[in-house]
Design a protein around this ligand. Structure first.
Ligand SMILES: Cc1ncc(C[n+]2csc(CCOP(=O)(O)OP(=O)(O)O)c2C)c(N)n1
Ligand code: SF4
Ligand SMILES: [Mg+2]
Length: 304
């Protein structure tokens, strides 16, 4: 890692992220989402990160962020956020920092930490009413360690740990639903390929207090096996096929924020990704394709 690939944070002119090049893959949909989210949140933020691809953004003393960054163990980011929030509150109460210097505490993790190892710490933080924003970039696997299956991997996707003919046998965990069941201040799904929808949700989340989640589907060229230049199109297809519903939860209600009618067939999304190639080659797996389409249809039948 050379110094020319990274810049010291004090050299960066604004909240603009990642202008200097990073260790991320080209076309990374997670990075794109974080870029958009940071543009809205601004530099009065402290990020609490658990191990994952985005950990590589900040390797001391280099970072694309203007503010602070705390790295925690994979299961512990919400607990780390509690400590940071408590410290800020004490400094505020003692007049050591003025209210205008308060910071938004942002947990940043992948789906592996959010849906698996960190879920217990997350649940506890929501129960305690911790004032924090949780940003999960969901690349549907353990990307940093070679795209092993996580509990957010979709049914039938091929991963490093589910490479057989039918792919991943499980079904994707519903992080939005798990959060909403806690009745926190705000929960939203988003995707970088729909930047206006994403920006509106981040603005709304930033105005609220208490536990808040933005979970952004993160098309991952490396793990999902597609060309980097297709990341935005694949993100749009996730929405247009109904695979990734854009929605938000607030005040006990779930509202879909962007509903595409008619929906495109799910295979328009699947066939663009190598992780689903076994559904089409050497022969179409009609039964599995029908099953995946039926799952998406059942979701929308229930909400429409
Ligand atoms: C307790 C623990 N187990 C395993 C690891 C190794 N590890 C580092 S990153 C990672 C994958 C995390 O997946 P996710 O949260 O989805 O983030 P992504 O890598 O996809 O960005 C794993 C398993 C770790 N750091 N700590
Ligand atoms: S593996 Fe995927 S999520 Fe991780 S940096 Fe590469 S493209 Fe992004
Ligand atoms: Mg992941």
């Amino acid at each position: 890692m050379s110094e020319t690939r990274f810049r010291r944070m004090q050299d960066l002119p604004s909240t603009h992220l990642l202008g200097a090049g990073t260790a991320m893959c080209a076309g990374c949909g997670g990075l794109q989402a974080i870029h958009e989210i940071y543009d809205v949140l601004g530099e009065k933020t402290v990020f609490v990160n658990a191990a994952g691809c985005m950990t590589l953004l900040s390797i001391y003393p280099f970072t694309p962020f203007r503010g602070s960054w705390l790295y925690t163990a994979m299961a512990s980011a919400p607990a780390g956020a509690q400590g940071v929030r408590d410290a800020l509150d004490i400094l505020l109460a003692r007049g050591r920092i003025p209210p205008e210097e308060d910071l938004e505490v942002v947990v940043l993790t992948g789906d592996g930490a959010a849906c698996g190892m960190g879920l217990s710490a997350t649940s506890g933080a929501i129960d305690r009413g911790l004032d924090f924003l949780y940003v999960c970039y969901d690349n549907e696997g353990y990307g940093n360690t070679g795209q092993q299956a996580s509990s957010a991997t979709p049914h039938a996707a091929r991963t490093a740990t589910s490479a057989g003919g039918a792919g991943y046998p499980g079904t994707k965990k519903d992080l939005f639903g798990i959060w909403a069941a806690h009745r926190p201040a705000y929960v939203a799904t988003a995707i970088a390929a729909e930047p206006l929808d994403l920006a509106r949700k981040v603005e709304k989340a930033a105005r609220l207090k208490g536990p808040r989640l933005i979970v952004a589907l993160a098309p991952c060229p490396t793990g999902w096996d597609f060309e980097p230049q297709d990341a935005v199109e694949i993100g749009r297809l996730a929405v247009r096929t109904g695979v990734w519903p854009l929605k938000e939860y607030a005040d006990g209600r779930v509202v879909h924020t962007k509903v595409r009618r008619p929906r495109l067939p799910v295979e328009e999304y699947l066939k663009r990704q190598g992780r689903f190639r076994h559904l089409f080659e050497p022969a179409r797996n009609e039964a599995l394709l029908r099953e995946i389409q039926a799952g998406v249809d059942a979701y929308w039948d229930a909400v429409e």
